[in-house]
Design a protein around this ligand. Sequence first.
Ligand code: ZN
Length: 310
Amino acid sequence: MHGVQELIVPLTDGTLSVPYVDVTGASPGPHLTVIAGIHGTEYTSIAAVREFARGLDPAWICGRITAVPVVNLPAFWERSPFVVPLDGKNLNRSFPGDPAGTAAEVLAHHVTESFIRPSDYLLDLHAGDLPEALEPFALYDESPVEEESRRLAHAYGLGHVVRQARAGRTVGGSTSAVAADLGIPSITAEAGQNGILDRASIDRHLTGLAGVIRLLGIDRRPADSAVPTIAPAEHDGWVWLRTSTAGWWEPAVAVGTDLDTGDLLGTVTGLLGEDRVEIRAPEPGVPLFITSSPAVTADGLLMGLARARG
Ligand SMILES: [Zn+2]
């Protein structure tokens, strides 16, 4: 296996060694960084980067590829969804990080400086987390380099592409947002759900990675065959729907469904089925992820409803 290295991250209680692979090709080209495991239980994305990293070879690479399968190692080992268990913070809301902050902020700082800033392009792979159903999509942020980011999103080949405007950033402090601020074309690519390690979702990520390295000219190997690409549905950000009351959440729709204003999205009831609250679509959209766990706390997230791009 080529180019195995470790990023050493000093934390208050010892250090974290994040393994990665860094391979420079025989001929020149751009530097692409591929990361996963920002959320440590999104296994399809982690599996895809593991397989991708093992296949890297200077013989065919034009440029340089850095591949990091699991960034948030504490969450991976603890099987903790969403957060870094050492401080309970969401790593993907902690970028660009702070070397003097808590664990998530220190880790974000080292990832920003060692992996994101030196790159020409960044791909951050995710999936629906343990309690999340998800329709595959790629997200990019508004920035001076957003057309290049959009090209990456299309090359990844998932059915939905979401543009996140700077003003309406619902996901602040993410890897793709900090990359956008640094002028580095970047996407967040999501496929897989509920912590299930399914082959089809791993393959969707691997197909996406193959599409991007071909687009960027990093992979000059002859293609097996021309894969017909279907234009994705494009969206302008999304509405994050939350419940005002805690209770038992039961979705009435599936991810990826086209919905109109007023459509019933699901219900929240008490633990004995009392106090039924209907949740309806505030505007037309497509739910790209839905909380699949019935347990929701007050202000808990129910789904992300992507808005059609007008
Ligand atoms: Zn994630």
